[in-house]
Design a protein around this ligand. Structure first.
Ligand SMILES: [Zn+2]
Ligand SMILES: [Zn+2]
Length: 375
């Protein structure tokens, strides 16, 4: 794929937007039909319980209709007909697999699942909601949606969402076995007797103290830094950039960040509220958002706070580790938020750049000749 071609700003009337919409919707339709056919293998159990199948079928039919419309539009415009045909072809495949009337597949009791539905839902929510507010209040107005490395990060988005089943599986298999000795019924009974809001705040603070420790360790221990450096190779911040994580990082951190909640016996609404809050904040923190948030910046981690964490300015290196509460960095003297409200000039790891490509970046921590020489 030619980067200069795909990174060009999208302009109306040249057919490229229609073609991408048609391809995107056609591909989503195939994934949705597969989710209907193989629910146990491809969907997330907690989400599956909440679905209304009749509504999903209507959405699928509308999506396929829109994919056909945008595919045909490229022909009407007489531009990008090749890409438009691809969108029409993908929609035809979705139809051949059963379309909106596809029957729900049998129960398979799959041990591990691919979070296809989670990937699709989070993609739609992030792309639409975060994409829209990025347009309303951009940090860099001149940064196109399809900026350099967009497709690279899109692949990370797909892999890390599909892998959620694996990390939940590892977490569910390892954590209770390794940490069951920490469970104290007195402590858990006390915790569950607290008001929901207080439970949420305790989970938030303890998860962020854990996040701070893990994150700082990843910056200070060379073997761990080589894994985390993948995340710091991001040079263009937006809603998608935060997805660039070495596979080992979410596998290790997700389970450990939730460990304090496990010990306390967190469950139900307070735990769900924390997970939703954490996911939303993570998306916002990397977004291309230039909001001026005033006092909120003192209370919560904001885009400017986490953008400084990604800065290549030497004053900001190894600062702002917290994911939720800047107070933790302030306590440990790693807090960096210029009072003048300024933003970093550039992002990315200093010195030698990482190898390109998701496979090489996966191997990077294990291949010493790719590491930068000691200064
Ligand atoms: Zn970091
Ligand atoms: Zn980040």
């Amino acid at each position: 794929m030619h980067h200069d071609e795909t990174s060009r700003p999208l302009t109306l009337g040249e057919g490229r937007i229609s073609a991408y919409l048609s391809i995107g919707l056609g591909a989503l339709a195939i994934l949705a039909v597969l989710c209907f056919r193989f629910p146990d293998w491809l969907t997330t159990p907690d989400l599956r319980a909440a679905y209304d199948l009749a509504v999903l079928r209507v959405l699928l039919a509308l999506g396929m209709g829109a994919a056909v419309f945008f595919g045909l539009l490229t022909f009407a415009l007489g531009r990008c007909r090749r890409l438009g045909s691809l969108g029409l072809g993908l929609t035809a495949v979705a139809l051949a697999l059963g379309g909106a009337g596809v029957e729900v597949g049998p129960r398979a009791d799959a041990p591990v699942f691919l979070g296809l539905d989670w990937m699709v839902l989070d993609l739609l929510a992030s792309a639409l909601a975060l994409g829209a507010i990025e347009k309303l209040a951009p940090r860099r107005a001149d940064q196109p949606i399809l900026r350099p490395d967009f497709w690279h990060d899109a692949r990370y988005f797909a892999f890390n969402h599909l892998g959620i089943g694996l990390s939940l599986f590892i977490g569910a298999a390892l954590v209770p076995g390794l940490f069951s000795w920490t469970i104290n019924e007195g402590v858990q009974g006390w915790f569950r007797g607290l008001p929901g809001v207080v439970q949420f705040l305790i989970i938030l603070v303890m998860a962020d103290v854990m996040e701070y420790a893990l994150h700082r360790a990843m910056h200070e221990i060379p073997a761990l830094w080589r894994i985390h450096a993948v995340h710091h190779s991001v040079e263009h911040m937006d809603w998608l950039a935060g997805s660039r994580l070495h596979l080992a990082e979410p596998l290790a951190t997700r389970a450990l960040v939730l460990l304090p909640g496990f010990v306390l016996g967190a469950e139900g609404a307070p735990l769900l509220a924390y997970i939703t809050f954490a996911a939303t904040q993570a998306g916002l923190n990397h977004a291309n958002l230039g909001l001026k948030l005033g006092w909120v910046e003192k209370l919560l981690v904001t885009p400017r706070f986490h953008h400084w964490h990604h800065a290549s300015d030497s004053v900001a290196v190894d600062t702002n580790y917290a994911a939720h509460l800047p107070l933790i960095d302030w306590v440990f003297r790693t807090h960096h938020m210029p009072k003048d409200g300024s933003w970093p000039a550039a992002y990315g790891v200093i010195g030698k750049k990482l190898p390109k490509g998701i496979v090489r970046q996966f191997l990077y921590p294990f291949v010493p000749r790719w590491w930068p020489k000691k200064a």
